[in-house]
Unconditional design. Sequence first.
Length: 319
Amino acid sequence: EQSRALGSYSGTCTTTDGHRVPLLANVGSGADARKAADAGAEGVGLLRTEFCFLDRDTEPAVAEQAAAYREVFDAFPHGKVVVRTLDAGADKPLPFLTDATEPNPALGVRGYRTELATPGVLDRQLKAIAEAADGAETEVWVMAPMIATADEAHRFADSCAAAGLQVPGVMVEVPSAALTAESILRNVQFASIGTNDLTQYVMAADRQLGPLAALNDPWQPAVLQLIKQTVAGAAAAHENGNKSVGVCGEAAADPALAVVLVGLGVDTLSMSARALAGVAAVLASVSLDEARKLAEQALGAPSALEARTAVRAGLPILE
Ligand code: PEP
Ligand code: MG
């Protein structure tokens, strides 16, 4: 509702003092990607590749995967698409990959860990992504979900290189990844913070449980601290090349929190297409310095509620 009230999005987001914040879209298919392009997204910040695998009893062939990914690339011929490798398990079980008897699926073999239990699926997916990228002008980045250690980041980067994919990255959604962001980012070129899982894991609160929604809030001080730490880790790893940090969880779609994220030093934001206009309008109402001050206020607040209230009070456009 809010985003509609705040009007449409021209396709470029800048603060009052000219700081550019690329706004990207979270998509799950070629059709989604075309809608996101129409809504003004500069690219895709999170392609959830599960769409190609859902409702299947077997792994889709490389050619079939490549055709599905190519549809997404074709929606952004001059933009960037960040492809996330398969995030099976927990809230996204796949019959041919997920062990349904795991006692704690959120802490189980999910995301990049599938590579340990079922080697080969990742390499075939990377091959499909490389095939789809071949001949496309889209800038294709690839990231792994649920990375927890620098060693995993290193191995993922090696797998990407073997497939001919030039820009490997990781999702930061396990608290250990935020805390060790510097050593992780020495192995890859970018990080994208998945605040949905990062919040669930740092608060130890299942993201699917309604009664825990107040804990599962990305405004929680612990979540903001981990985002700050990730940005600091990226800056410290900078000598190995510039490391971009994005946010692709639901947090990026909350206009007031988007201001805080930019103030914390996050470079890009990725969200559902319908959130773009609202986020762009609020970011366009502040300077980078104001965003930094609001981020400081949020970091200093003792609770999620107080952080949100303080920041919203500092954003007249939201009144
Ligand atoms: C996240 O965890 O924040 C995220 C973007 O990934 P997903 O919601 O697909 O787990
Ligand atoms: Mg996630």
